[in-house]
Design a protein around this ligand. Structure first.
Ligand code: SF4
Ligand code: SF4
Length: 206
């Protein structure tokens, strides 16, 4: 198990020799795969573009240029960890606290979006997800729902929530509704085109 962290102290500690180990070789998988292009070059990450930062640490509005790129990643990302060949050697920990929690595993975004604050707090007890709070949870989920395929149930849930949420969440709900409505228009256009093609080419079966 590895934890990353920093200590700020004013003690004159001995300085380690420079770490010159270079484990990446010719691999650039994480740079190529990062959904938002946050890894600018080897060893350089622009945190402002990173989905983990945007969905967990960032407190305000998620910049519009990154919303579609979030996909359904509503809390963190770690695609760069999934693709890194070094992580093949990682072992699953025996520590139960790090295992998936049933109340959060394989859930539909709509189900998570329906949680009120009390349910959110209850279901995220002991999980780091809890620290982003219910408002940012809804903000992230609204973006995820906007990125989902067109669904009348999603539009209904977004509209329903918009009358009882904060300004921050509302802004993301409005964005999500615009995405869903765009997808509905595209779907309708495709259906109408298909009907026209069949009426023209196969009038007998139309
Ligand atoms: S966590 Fe995701 S968005 Fe952030 S650097 Fe890794 S792949 Fe990119
Ligand atoms: S995926 Fe892993 S090995 Fe490959 S460049 Fe990124 S950090 Fe290095």
């Amino acid at each position: 198990m590895v934890f990353l962290g920093e200590l700020f102290v004013d003690l004159p500690l001995p300085i380690d020799a420079e770490n010159t180990f270079e484990g990446c070789g010719k691999c650039v998988a994480c740079i190529t795969l990062c959904p938002t292009g946050a890894i600018l070059e080897p060893y350089v990450v622009d945190a402002r573009k990173c989905i983990s930062y945007l969905t967990i640490e960032h407190q305000g509005s998620i910049p519009e240029q990154y919303r579609a790129l979030l996909g359904n990643r509503v809390y963190g990302c770690d695609d760069c960890q999934l693709v890194c060949p070094w992580n093949r050697y990682g072992q699953i920990t025996d520590e139960q606290d790090f295992h998936p929690r049933t109340q959060l595993k394989d859930k539909d975004l709509l189900e998570l979006f329906a949680w009120d604050e009390a349910t959110f707090l209850k279901n995220t007890e002991g999980s780091p997800i809890r620290r982003i709070g219910h408002e940012r949870w809804l903000r992230n989920l609204a973006v995820g729902l906007g990125n989902a395929q067109f669904s009348p149930a999603i539009i209904y849930a977004l509209e329903n929530k918009s009358s009882e949420c904060s300004e921050l969440v509302l802004e993301h709900i409005q964005w999500a509704l615009a995405q869903q409505n765009d997808k509905q228009r595209v779907k309708l256009r495709k259906t109408q085109r298909l009907i026209r093609i069949i009426e023209k080419g196969l009038p007998r079966d139309a």
